[in-house]
Write a protein that binds this ligand. Sequence first.
Ligand code: NAD
Ligand code: IPM
Ligand code: MN
Length: 351
Amino acid sequence: MNTYRIASIPGDGIGVDVTAEARKVLDQAASRFGFGLEWTEFDWSCERYSKTGTMMPEDGIERLAPFDAVLLGAVGFPGVPDHVSLWGLLIPIRRAFSQYVNLRPVRLLPGTSSVLAGRGAEELEMVIVRENSEGEYSTLGGRHNAGQPGEFALQESVFTRVGVERIIRYAFELARARTGRVTSATKSNGIIHTMPFWDEVFAAVAAEYPDVSSDQCHIDALAARVVQQPDRIDVVVASNLFGDILSDLAAAVTGGLGMAPSGNINPPGEHPSMFEAVHGSAPDIAGQGIANPVAQVLASAMLLEHLGEKAAAQAVNTAVETVLAEGGTLTPDLGGRSTTEELGSAIAAAL
Ligand code: NAD
Ligand code: IPM
Ligand code: MN
């Protein structure tokens, strides 16, 4: 029997609730499909920061290194500045393990209400391939002339040839496997250094994939296309910030933030990859037991797929679809009255 070592970091707010449900579903999948999951839970969070002054221990990255995968809830909570919690946990993990692909599949699931409800699932089936290690997320820059009329803040983006090329190549390989097309999210009409460079690399990589069709679209127009012509989009490759914004928009058109999973992937598999929902810790509903666990459960299906447990991954996706289509156990964001725990248990039972 294969046994996988999984690190769980529930984190903050609703991250804790949805991770408990995802773990329940994963354990059910393991017993049904005959593999083992050995869990180690880490209490790294804003609560830990408030007690000890750090989000994770100094050797946190080394402790995670031996695991087969990481399941992360969400990081960030009022009381701890976001730049402290995120640069103290989430971003260091993504970077230390070279999880340079943030894979965010977007699907229209049954029983959800959205501006696109009623459209066929085949009209909305896309994947956002978000660059996850550089770009606009940079520590370069600073605050100047504090308190003076000429006060200003500067932020520099970093786009390396290696970083841009590998994410674009990943998108083309993915599109080739899906017999799809690649759309590059750009802004070459307004950003004079980084985006023309991105476009140049995109064109060079595209030339190596004559069998994959491709186009580029300005990020503002692409946002409109996600809502109005989603059938024109298959694989989107985007920089860190553009991909971040586009993925919440795409989540919204498929029924809300409670529906969207993501994987932080280290493609060579030299380091653990990390799976999490697209959403955050949702302080506005934290502690109420009403968060939608679907996004985190779908992220767990991605984790299983990544481990090579494809049948189990498919079964988890099907169980989610079954429960959503039945419509009797939905959380308030989906128009129901069920709790996080009830929806998670219904999915586990459907497995
Ligand atoms: P958020 O995603 O936490 O919440 C946005 C809105 O969506 C809220 O109204 C929330 O109630 C709702 N929502 C989100 N997930 C839901 C779910 N599963 N079920 C039902 N409703 C859901 O975004 P935010 O408010 O901008 O951020 C809150 C905190 O989370 C911040 O500290 C932010 O930095 C952090 N954050 C962390 C991650 C991460 O760990 N990867 C991702 C995004 C935001
Ligand atoms: C996400 C989040 C993070 C990001 C924040 C919390 C730093 O929004 O995972 O989408 O922008 O990467
Ligand atoms: Mn985001």
